[in-house]
Design a protein around this ligand. Sequence first.
Ligand SMILES: [Zn+2]
Length: 271
Amino acid sequence: MSKKISLRNRFIQTILKVKAMTWLYDSHIHLSDPYYEYDLNHTIKGMENMNIKACCVSMDNITSKRTLELGRNSKLVLPFIGIHPERANDDLDLMINLISENQQHISGIGEIGLDPTYVKSNEDNNRQIFLFESLLSLAEKFQKPISIHSRKSLDEIFSIITSYDIKHMLLHWFDGSKKQLQKAMDMDFFVSYGPVLIYANDKQMLLSKTSEAKILVETDGPVKFSKCFEMKSGQISFIPSVVFCASKILGKSYDEMASLLEENSKSFLRI
Ligand SMILES: [Zn+2]
């Protein structure tokens, strides 16, 4: 074989390899949190090197604007904007405008949901529900995926969501019972598991009972993780460990697990 042809073959093989490379997705991380600001370039470089894209969720109007900026600066950042139940008193009208004006640039709406931890009165409760329902209406209107915070509120979320026609819904950091997981599967939700999967038996059991096509992984950074993570904040670089752990639980190779998660992530994101 001439030198020219063998070089050409090597070039084609390299291209095929690049083409076949699997993308991992962190389905829920707050890169717009000030925690990441200092070494954001380092984080983005790391994402390029590890072939990881991130659904960057937001807490309120300020972090949503930051998320949009991050999305403009890197195609690896997939922007989700919205108001978290902890910030239920943030300006809803401003958020409705922000979503409407940027609906072509956002990958989804989130982090939205319900959480009684932040409710001190009836009024707080009504405000959280009103906010959640308003943002669900926008997700329905623009056909956007949603990233849902469901701490201690899964059953209420199940009952509210039946009134909306939203097909791509993620219950991030799934923490329900086996029965609630079954209900989530019946209702076609995606559920995501994070670094806790590595050390918590109950999460490993839940993962083993989740429909394979509905599993996603996340870090929820900058949340801090205990045990083997020694109270470090979630980093995108934790994702391969979560994927490895999931592959062991489901009896798959790492590559099989990564491909499955890539398919699932694309299906969630409608890409
Ligand atoms: Zn979160």
